[in-house]
Design a protein around this ligand. Structure first.
Ligand SMILES: NC(=O)c1ccc[n+]([C@@H]2O[C@H](COP(=O)([O-])OP(=O)(O)OC[C@H]3O[C@@H](n4cnc5c(N)ncnc54)[C@H](O)[C@@H]3O)[C@@H](O)[C@H]2O)c1
Length: 415
């Protein structure tokens, strides 16, 4: 879905599914504030020394739009984040209110088909609970929304990112294995075999838009999607942004392996209070998230210690997700010791810059003719769909090597 690049800077469309959520709103506000010189780029990996010199899209050339299932305006969505989480200042939001109002023109109502009661419950129209359209009709509407965005704004390309609420896990269906199978499921309106994210991914890839599944929703990056991406020459990446407890886990667990210390038990207890936490409080949606958080240790350590991952809703914490991890381990002569850490991070402040990084790197990959799963982006995900390591150090080195290759072998500056 690329138009011929005109002279002058590239105009990149960024289409967020879940555009009114905390992460999307923070990513948009952050990109606009940095572009206007009103905020620093702290937290953006693409602005750090190891990725210096890459031909990435400028933040001021990004144009935002997206789908949501709630009708509030972008200004109100951002003010909601300011009120609930305090992570973006009210004055900052008012300084970009004009930009946010323009983005409202590029926001369309999405679908929550087969997304379960927890997600349908946050939709503010009847269509959320009782989607009357067939799958081909919904897919057609999504296509028109994204194509209309590109044409209206004269964009050179569009990257689509899934930032919608975590869906309940989708049971695997034989048709998920191929692009033709997925197409057939949609054509035959087999609603129970897809969720909303399956449709968003299918349309984005079919249109030639790079697709990033930042959520744990397993319906949003199926083997058939990978096949479709390859056949359309489009890159894709996922699953589930690595921003908090799992980030720390994937940095710390290698230390035990490097020192031949045996991890006996690793228990993690997460509490969070925003809408994401509310959705995850539902057992089906929670199971999908636990699955992406729990696979890390065995791959890094080479064995499975006793593990437990708990996620609980604590309303008063809002976006300030808190994780307490207890690690019991054994050293020389069988002596047992322990390590505990407490992580208190603002979820959307940690996630938003990664989303911008992923958009820029996916757009670059598309321009370079890369297609299929992007292995060098594994460090951004809890459950990387490509790359065989969960070790943050190895994953980051893969990204650094990619940047070096693109710079023609020139090493990254020391960090
Ligand atoms: N650190 C992080 O915040 C982090 C890290 C990794 C993954 N994630 C994932 O990112 C997603 C977004 O997190 P958030 O904190 O912004 O949540 P949020 O609840 O604030 O935002 C989700 C938005 O998606 C919308 N939505 C839900 N279903 C939709 C659908 N089918 N179509 C279109 N819009 C839909 C909701 O109305 C809401 O505006 C979640 O799945 C979360 O698990 C977040």
């Amino acid at each position: 879905m690329d138009s011929k690049a005109a002279d002058g800077p590239r105009r990149l469309g960024v289409w967020f599914v879940g555009v009114k959520g905390a992460v999307a709103t923070t990513a948009i506000a952050g990109a606009r504030l940095i572009a206007r010189g009103l905020a620093a780029s702290t937290g953006l990996v693409t602005e750090s020394a190891p990725l210096e010199g890459l031909d990435l899209c400028a933040l001021e050339s990004m144009h935002f739009g997206g789908h949501d299932i709630r009708g509030i305006s972008m200004v109100d969505a951002a003010l909601e984040v300011a009120r609930e989480n305090g992570s973006i200042g009210k004055d900052s939001i008012l300084s970009i209110a004009g930009d946010l109002r323009e983005i409202d023109q590029n926001v369309r109502r999405g679908t929550s088909i087969n997304c379960g009661e927890s997600i349908c419950g946050i939709s503010d129209d009847e269509r959320g609970r009782n989607e009357p359209r067939t799958l081909p009709d919904i897919a057609r509407a999504i296509r028109e929304d994204i194509e209309g965005f590109r044409t209206r704004l004269g964009l050179d390309g569009v990257v689509v990112v899934n930032l919608a609420s975590t869906e309940p896990a989708l049971l695997r269906h034989p048709s998920h294995a191929s692009a033709a199978g997925l197409e057939d499921l949609i054509a035959k309106d087999q609603r129970s075999a897809v969720r909303a994210s399956t449709l968003y991914a299918q349309v984005a890839l079919d249109l030639g838009c790079p697709w990033i599944n930042f959520t744990p929703s397993n319906a949003g990056l199926l083997p058939g999607h990978v096949e479709l991406a390859k056949s359309r020459g489009v890159p894709l990446a996922g699953n589930d942004g690595k921003t908090g407890e799992t980030l720390v886990k994937s940095a710390l667990a290698p230390m035990f392996a490097y020192r031949a210390l045996k991890v006996l038990t690793w228990h993690g207890y997460n509490i969070l209070g925003d809408r994401d936490g509310q959705v995850l409080a539902h057992k089906d949606n929670k199971a999908a998230k636990v699955a992406t958080k729990d696979g890390v240790l065995e791959q890094i350590l080479g064995y499975q210690p006793q593990t437990h991952v708990a996620i609980e809703y604590a309303r008063s914490l809002a976006d300030l997700k808190t994780a307490w991890d207890f690690i019991h381990f054994e050293g020389f002569l069988g002596y047992r010791m322990s390590l505990q850490f407490t992580w208190q991070g603002c979820d959307s402040i940690l996630a938003a810059p990664l989303v911008i990084d992923l958009v820029r790197l996916a757009e670059l990959a598309k321009r370079r003719g890369e297609s299929g799963l992007l292995e060098h982006l594994a460090c951004f995900f809890k459950q990387p769909a490509a790359g065989d390591s969960h070790n943050l150090h190895e994953q980051f080195q893969a990204l650094v090597r990619y940047a070096e290759r693109l710079r023609g072998g020139r090493a990254a500056p020391e960090i």
